[in-house]
Each structure stands twice: as C-alpha cells, then as structure tokens.
Design a protein around this ligand. Sequence first.
Ligand code: DHB
Ligand code: FE
Length: 288
Amino acid sequence: MARIVGGIGTTHVPAIGNAIAKGLQNDPYWQPFFGGFGKAHEWLRQVRPDVVVVLYNDHGLNFFLDKMPTFAIGAAKEYQHADEGWGLPVAQPYPGDPAFSWHLIEQLVENEFDVTICQEMLVDHAFTIPHALLWPEPNARPVRTIPISINTVQHPLPSPARCFKFGQAIGRAIESYDADVNVLVLGTGGLSHQLDGERAGFINKDFDLMCLDKLVSDPQALARYSSLQIVEAAGSQGVELLNWIAMRGALTGAVSKVHGNYHIPISNTASALLVLDNQPAEQFRKAG
Ligand code: DHB
Ligand code: FE
C-alpha cells in the first residue's frame, strides 16, 4: 500500500523563482531563506518520495474569480506552467499520476468531498516554486505530482476545520491506494502576509510562530479558528495557511518535526519551512 512519508510546508513567493533564475541563493538577502532547505533535501534523500501531493491555491492562472472551486484535483498525465506575469521563467511540465489521482478522486467523493476534477490543469507559482526549492537541480522531475487546489482567494473560503478534515480524507485515500509508493504531502503559501489594501505589508510573527508550533503538536487548535479570524491575524493572503492545515490533516500517523525555518521578510511575506516526518499508524502501534 502507499505510505505517507511525511509533510512539508513552505512559502511560495514568486520572487523566490526570480532569485533562483538569477542564482542569488547565497546573496545576503536570500541566504537566510535558501539556507533553510539543506536539511529538507537531506531528509528527502532519506525518505525518497515517489509521488508528491501538492496542496496549494491557484492565484488566477487556472481558475479565476468567475469560476472558483473550493477544492479541485488534477487527474492529468502532466501539468503545464504558464507565464503568470511575475517575470518567472516558464517551467517545464510536471509528470502526473492519473491512476493515483483517480483513486483519490473516487475516495474523496465517496467520503463526501465533491472535488472539481481537472483532466487539464495549469499549475502556478504556488506549485512550481516549492518544487524548485525542494528539488533544485534545473528541471528536476524526480517525483510524480498530484495538484490539489484549495480556494484561499474568493470569499467565502472553506473553514480551517473543513480543510483539516479534507486533509484527513486525503491521507486516508492515499493510504488505501494499492501500490508500493512513498508519498510526500506538500502544503504551500503563507505564512502571514497581505499584498494590498490598508494593511499591505502586514506580518504577524507571534501568530506565525504559534501556528508553526501547533502544526506539529496540536493542529486541531488551528481548526478552531474561522477563516476570517485567520485573515485578521495573518493578513488576507496569510490565509494560505489553510493549505498547511490540510497538509497536516493528511498525516495520519505519528508526526515529528524534522526541521523548521522562519525568516522575515521575503518580498512581502513571512517565509517559513516546516518538515514533518510521519510514521505510519500501523508501524507506530508496533513500535509502541
Ligand atoms: C507574494 C506572496 C505570495 O504568496 C504570492 O502568491 C505572491 C506574492 C509576495 O510576498 O510578494
Ligand atoms: Fe500566494
């Protein structure tokens, strides 16, 4: 059966992609951010994921305000990136895993998550930047990908409790897939930031650090907020935290923190990285 090896949460700021394109990783502005990824690379070499399920939000490339699914999942052979207007180089396509996608879709619908099914799906910076951070060799495609988008853009947004339950349903669906594959769950975006309006530039370090702590040990505490309370505490784009909450929901076993990094600011955003190991429940019971 498929095994969930762990979860990673990371920021997806477009400027990171431009820094990569220009080779600025060791520049004094960027080093505290990129320097955080060495331990994530080391852990990925140990756990060797075959497939990454990416929980992210689309910013207007594939979905726009006229049609915005709350939850959507890709079922394509490959996923294309396109010019989003951030000046980013357009990335080579990412290989999908349609059979695995359809298994997840069937399980999610069976479990009352009526996801929008996308047999074509353009993936934006919220998908491509984390991929480039975790697998930095140019055009590296060492994992198959399953994109799952959560609406963090057009209100009303799903609640943190709903996103946590969505993640739990994804986790159960992954573990019921009859294939010998290692799966990484990736949640992207955040942490606190607001790009426009009166509070443009808003960052809330105390709230972010509390979230990073609760994501490890007590994710249900975050599920007690409403989405609007998260907007208030973390900024109107800080609510991308919903993707991280769903990622944590998918980790069904014994979860421990491998590594974390927090650095302010990257562009307008409090940047963060969290690497979580997941020991599958059965193994956990044996160990206990
Ligand atoms: C920025 C952050 C984001 O999450 C995003 O999607 C776009 C821009 C920023 O801080 O510049
Ligand atoms: Fe974003």
